[in-house]
Design a protein around this ligand. Structure first.
Ligand SMILES: [Zn+2]
Ligand SMILES: [Zn+2]
Length: 244
């Protein structure tokens, strides 16, 4: 599978860039993971929204969902201008029914609930879930296909079970919204040091730091994670492609 970083900023997008959005492609199937602010604009530099086969959301904070409404509008307009004749499934949890219900729009998108205790199959992907420690219900995802595994943490503070969940993954796409020495637990976010610890304890192959902060020297995040994890570490950046 191929992972492309569309947006990687925590909280809100940096000027000219996007907040959380990741495109996962395998055998021509396009799954969008999270749909934050400016994600549609950036996605269209890669593929049109009409080529998406599915969308899945970790949680309903705006930096992960702000562009759902405009994706719905783009597809709706496409029904008239491009003979777009599909209904895009948007997978989300049902722990916030008001937000879940907004995933369905006309015959353009259809909200589909995932449950943390059930395996979800979307196209070629097998997806399992783990609820994280965040200020609203949020789920980490383990996405597997062809013997490869990507684990995306969503938003979370550090907790031990995440290591078991990420065990042996080829890639850990891990939030790192804080620097070493800070306490992210109240905000529901991890530090660079905790991201590195999680990658090390889980024995993953590669760590990608994402959901990056708007303060401090970002290169420190990688150095601090590298004190804990000796494998390859990448900083998420717009357009970065990883073959998994
Ligand atoms: Zn976030
Ligand atoms: Zn959040």
């Amino acid at each position: 599978m191929e992972l492309t970083i569309i947006g990687h900023w925590g909280g809100f997008p940096k000027k000219g860039e996007a907040s959380s959005g990741y495109l996962l492609t395998h055998n021509g199937f396009h799954l969008l993971i999270d749909c934050g602010s400016a994600v549609l604009s950036k996605l269209q530099t890669m593929i049109s929204a009409e080529r998406l086969d599915g969308m899945i959301l970790s949680h309903y904070h705006a930096d992960h969902t702000a562009d759902i409404g405009v994706v719905q509008h783009a597809l709706y307009v496409g029904k008239f201008t491009n003979q777009y004749d599909r209904t895009l499934p948007i997978y989300g949890h049902m722990l916030d029914l008001e937000r879940f219900n907004q995933l369905s729009y006309k015959d353009v998108t259809a909200g589909i609930a995932y449950k943390s205790e059930e395996i979800l199959h979307i196209g070629p992907f097998r997806i399992s879930f783990l609820q994280t420690h965040h200020s609203v219900p949020c789920f980490a995802m383990r996405i597997e296909t062809d013997g490869k595994a990507l684990v995306y943490t969503g938003d979370t503070s550090y907790f031990k079970e995440l290591e078991d969940f990420a065990r042996g993954a080829d890639v850990l796409l891990c939030e790192s919204n804080f620097y070493k020495g800070m306490d992210g637990s109240a905000a529901g976010h991890m530090t660079s040091e905790e991201a590195g610890m999680t990658a090390h304890q889980a024995g993953v192959d590669k760590l990608i730091l994402t959901h990056l902060p708007h303060f401090g020297d970002l290169s420190r995040l990688k150095d601090e994670a590298a004190e804990q994890f000796t494998g390859e570490i990448l900083m998420a950046s717009e357009g970065l492609k990883i073959i998994i």
